[in-house]
Design a protein around this ligand. Structure first.
Ligand SMILES: [Zn+2]
Length: 114
């Protein structure tokens, strides 16, 4: 996992991103992001920061209906630090190994029984 500053492009370790509080920032003030397809194409910076903050402070994260191969969803999951990660998706995802609970089924089947 490579991460880099969006301003000066200095790279950071996955541990740096995981362990720092709040939105990970470079010493230059830029935001440190996973080295993946950039979010700016689909989401503005403020929306992205809010999403990162929400995921960071969550006790539980339920990710549903994404193969986690499409960004920004796949990048956002890296910011989660809680202990309960739940993935609900019909097919396997690259993040299944990280999850505490994986349900390979259709969303409707899960939520209709809650
Ligand atoms: Zn920087």
């Amino acid at each position: 996992m490579r991460n880099y500053c969006t301003r000066c492009r200095k790279s950071y370790s996955a541990e740096f991103v995981r362990d720092c509080d709040g939105v990970p920032r470079c010493s230059c003030g830029g935001i440190v992001k996973p080295d993946v397809v950039l979010y700016e194409e689909s989401l503005d910076q403020q929306t992205m920061e809010k999403s990162i903050m929400a995921i960071r402070s969550a006790d539980m994260l339920i990710v549903a209906g994404t193969s986690l191969t499409v960004y920004p969803a796949a990048g956002l999951i890296r910011y989660y630090r809680g202990r309960r990660l739940v993935l609900i998706n019909r097919d396997e995802t690259p993040c299944d190994d990280l999850a505490d609970l994986v349900l390979h089924t259709r969303l409707g089947d899960v939520f209709s029984q809650l």
